[in-house]
Design a protein around this ligand. Sequence first.
Ligand code: 48H
Length: 263
Amino acid sequence: MSTEKIFAPVSEKDVSRAIVSEFAATFEEFVESDVVIVGAGPSGLTAGRVLAEEGRRVVIIERNNYLGGGFWIGGYLMNKITARAPAQEELEALGIPFKEASPGLFVTDGPHACSRLIAAACDAGVKTLNMTVFDDLVIREGNRVSGVVINWTPVQSLPRQITCVDPIALEANVVIDATGHDAMVLAKLAERGVLDLPGHDAMWVEQSEDLIVEHTGEIWPGLVVTGMAVSTAYGLPRMGPTFGGMLLSGRRAAEIVLQGPGG
Ligand code: 48H
C-alpha cells in the first residue's frame, strides 16, 4: 500500500486561521460600503449584482444560512419559477434555461435559476453576510439613513435571562430594503410612527408587477425599497408566484441608487 498522501499537509490550526482571517478581512472592508442591501431574495440579489457590476461596493445581509429567498420554489412548494415578458431577458442574460409556457409567460427550474442568480451576484463582487439579521437603522442629520444595525441570527433565539448580546453597525451611503413581504427595514420606521406601512393588497397579477417596478425607489432619505417590500410599503396588489417584477424591481433599485444621492 502506498504511503503517499493525496491531500496537502494542513492542520486544524491552519483551517481555523484561514477562516478567521478571511472573514475578518472581508468584514472589516464592508463595515463601510456604498450600499447595504437587506435581504438576498431575487430583488436584493439583482440590485446587488447590477450595482457591483457598476463598481459599487455592496454587501447583502441575509438572516438565513442560504441566499435566494423565495426564488428557489414557485407556488405551493413546487420548484418551478415563472416570469412574464419581458423578464425572460433577465433569465437569458444569466444563462438560465427557460421555456415559454403560454404567450408571454416563461417557466424555469427554481434551483437552476436561483443558483445562477446567486452566482452572478457573487461573480460581480457582491459580498454577503448570511446568518445575519437586520436589527435597526443608523439615522443621522436630516433624518438620513446612514447604515444598519445587525446581529447574528442565532442571537435572537437566546433566552434573555441567559445573555444579552448587543448588535453592531455597518455604515453605508444607501440602504436597500429587499426583505420581501415583511419589509423589515421599513417596519423600523413604522414602529417609530414616522412611516405608514399599509401592507400589500390582494392578488392581481396583471396590475401588480408594473406597479411594483414604478414604485421602486427612495422612500426615505438614503433608503430605497425594492421587490415585494414595495407592495407592502404602498398597499399594492400581490402577484403570486411569478418573479419578473422582482427581477426588474431589483434592477430599477440599482439604477435609482446609481443616479441618486450616494450613487
Ligand atoms: C436579514 C432578512 C430579514 C432581516 C427578511 O422574500 P424574498 O424572496 O423577497 P423579494 O422581494 O426579493 O421576492 C419576493 C418573492 O420571493 C415573493 O415572495 C413573491 C413574488 N411573492 C408574491 C406573493 O403574492 O406572495 O427575500 C427576502 C429575503 C429572505 O431571504 C429573508 O430571509 C430576508 O430577506 N430577510 N434578512 N434580516 N430582518 N427579513
